[in-house]
Design a protein around this ligand. Structure first.
Ligand SMILES: Nc1ncnc2c1ncn2[C@@H]1O[C@H](COP(=O)(O)OP(=O)(O)OP(=O)(O)O)[C@@H](O)[C@H]1O
Length: 196
């Protein structure tokens, strides 16, 4: 990397605030954040201001979150979308963790199904390229790595290793598939079931 490139931080942080859910409205809860129009800034209470790379207020829809967070999906870089937040804050909703095929085309669809759709659209357009697609699905819980696509009843904990040639690898991950889009949706169902 050139000196200038080395300074670029390859992590962008977006804050998403979800709308109040019916239970909160019934209990008389109120939003304690103020959003600064045109600025990626949020004010907590009256004076504590925080600035992020992006701020999505409660009116922002899934499409905009996806476009912003995953804009350069096929630009040739490894990419990670990490949802972080307290329980009930909207991680599963944002990531699309409750996806069902009946939701196809609905504005409420989250990041993961949108990424899958986008990859297959781009693949169909780039007829001059050869693609190899694979998917695996791991959960890290209590410092154990589990393969959520494993069909065995007692999922064995997997270990993570660093390979000098291939980098970080989870050994023993049995569930990598080459896939065509029609086969992804059953896996999405399996993802969402495992998540629940
Ligand atoms: N942007 C949003 N618009 C509308 N409803 C939302 C939004 N984000 C979250 N919700 C709703 O808020 C509730 C909690 O969201 P969700 O289950 O995604 O939280 P979570 O962070 O995954 O929680 P947990 O860590 O407990 O699994 C759900 O009913 C979800 O549908």
């Amino acid at each position: 990397l050139e000196d200038e490139d080395a300074k670029v931080i390859p992590v962008r942080v977006a804050l998403r605030s979800r709308p109040l859910v019916p239970k909160e409205i019934n209990e008389g809860c109120q939003c304690c954040l103020t959003f600064v129009p045109g600025e990626p800034q949020v004010i907590v209470g009256t004076e504590k201001a925080f600035t992020y790379d992006y701020v999505f207020d409660p009116t922002v829809e899934q499409e905009e979150v996806f476009k912003t967070a995953v804009s350069s999906l096929l630009s040739g870089y490894h990419a990670t979308v990490l949802a972080y937040g307290q329980t009930g804050s909207g991680k599963t909703y944002s990531m699309g963790g409750t996806y069902t095929a009946a939701q196809e085309g609905d504005p409420s669809v989250g990041v993961i199904p949108r990424v899958i759709r986008k990859i297959f659209e781009e693949k169909e357009n780039a007829t001059e390229c050869e693609f190899c697609l694979a998917v695996s699905y791991l959960e890290i819980y209590n410092e154990e790595i589990l393969d959520l696509l494993s069909t065995s009843k007692d999922k064995p904990a997997l270990s993570i290793r660093e390979d000098p040639k291939d980098g970080i690898k989870v050994s023993g991950v049995a569930s990598s598939f080459t896939i065509v889009r029609v086969l992804v949706w059953p896996y999405m169902k399996l993802f969402c079931r495992s998540w629940a």
